[in-house]
Design a protein around this ligand. Structure first.
Ligand SMILES: *Cc1c(COP(=O)(O)O)cnc(C)c1O
Length: 389
């Protein structure tokens, strides 16, 4: 029996999404029109913040957050190593220095104690990453940020819709960023959003996405409608109305998407908590997980194969497993430019040898889920030292 390949993630686009995009194409505004503001308002209402600034990608949102935070050359920003490179790259875009604080081995979330140990007089901000959709320890990170006068930024590209102690990701940090890449919870094709309750940070973020141009309409009105001032060096990071229409339409489905992801994770957990040789990541009882990723760790001392071999066998069986992530501090760019490398973050380095992401997305069928479980069991049992006896 030849089966289709099941990817680890995939967008879900329906007729309503298509109609929403077509409607914009028939209208007057393709960009910087009413859909942008509406999408921003809906996201800000959904997560419970005052301001939302739509930008062209999650990476652009991180860059915007770093600009709004006022990161300057030589400033240090503390980041976790287990994340997509863009988290740390955004610091470097501003001339800043990313300091890698290791993760907790059971959740792969940044360890607040290690964050505190990295702080120097040059440290300006912390970027927490809600890895896989599990919110970071915001109470503890907030305490540290306040004690040392740092800004707390949240890379919530995995955690739109997740909750920490009953509060939505988006209102837990000074600035939070989301991504609308097709593998994320909702998509706009590409796209991102920076959200904040701070008026000043919001104003700087708005300027940054539009060439650093001051969008003060009162000034314009009093000096002639042609007048504007460029006050900062910004970029064109605008998101189009076409994309915002898709994002809005997707947002209406977000809660059902998350419900599906949580249901899939529950089935996986039931099977994989029992299976010798692997361990799902730990989930704290204080959070509502959004399951952008479903990650298991191989218990290598119980297996006679390494991650590479098990990964290959799962791929050959038609399971689109993946690895999230290569620790950022091990990439050649960071090793060369910031002299990072092995030994800097031992927990992240050890986890990297053990992690595999399994397929999880809203349209994954029960049959697919059962197939993933069956193949996972087969491959892991084949290499289980216990079963070999
Ligand atoms: C996806 C992602 C980004 C980047 O978002 P893009 O929209 O692809 O630019 C940044 N950080 C994390 C943790 C992500 O998963």
């Amino acid at each position: 029996m030849k089966r289709n390949f099941i990817p680890y993630g995939k967008q879900f686009v329906d007729k309503a999404d298509i109609m929403a995009v077509v409607e914009v194409l028939r209208g007057d505004w393709l960009t910087t029109g009413p859909m942008v503001e509406t999408f921003e308002r809906e996201i800000s209402e959904y997560v419970g913040v005052k301001h939302a600034i739509a930008v062209s990608s999650g990476t652009a949102a991180l860059h915007t957050a770093m600009f709004a935070a006022g990161i300057e050359p030589g400033d240090e920003v503390i980041v976790p190593p287990i994340t997509f490179a863009a988290t740390a790259n955004a610091v470097v875009y501003m001339g800043g220095i990313p300091l890698f604080a290791d993760v907790q081995p059971d959740t792969l979330l940044i360890d607040p104690e290690l964050v505190e140990s990295k702080i120097t007089p040059h440290t300006r901000a912390i970027i927490a990453v809600d890895y896989a959709g599990h919110p970071a320890d915001y109470d503890e990170l907030r305490r540290i940020a306040d004690e040392y006068g740092l800004l707390l930024i949240s890379d919530a590209c995995h955690s739109l819709g997740a909750e920490y102690k009953g509060k939505k990701c988006g209102c837990l940090a000074d600035i939070t960023v989301f991504s609308f890449h097709p593998v994320k919870h909702i998509t706009a094709g590409e796209g991102g959003m920076a959200v904040t309750n701070d008026d000043k940070l919001a104003e700087r973020a708005r300027r940054f996405r539009n060439h650093g141009i001051d969008s003060d309409f009162h000034k314009r009105a009093s000096q002639g409608s042609w007048y504007y001032e460029m006050v900062d060096l910004g970029y064109n990071y605008r998101l189009t109305d076409i994309q915002c229409a898709l994002g809005r339409s997707q947002l209406h489905k977000l809660d059902s998407f998350i419900a599906n992801r949580r249901m899939i994770a529950k089935i996986y957990n039931r099977e994989f908590l029992e299976l010798e040789g692997i361990s799902p990541l730990n989930v704290k009882s204080s959070v509502r997980h959004a399951y952008h990723l479903y990650v298991i760790q191989l218990n290598l001392d119980e297996l006679d194969a390494d991650r590479g071999q098990i990964f290959t066998e799962l791929r050959e069986a038609g399971i689109g497993v993946n690895v999230h992530y290569i620790p950022v501090h091990l990439h050649p760019y960071y090793r060369n430019r910031f002299r990072t490398g092995y030994g800097l973050c031992p927990a992240a380095e050890a986890a990297y040898e053990r992690i595999i992401s399994l397929p999880i997305f809203p349209s994954l069928t029960l049959k697919d889920i059962e197939f993933v479980i069956e193949q996972m069991r087969k491959v892991v049992r084949k290499h289980s030292a216990v079963f070999a006896l």
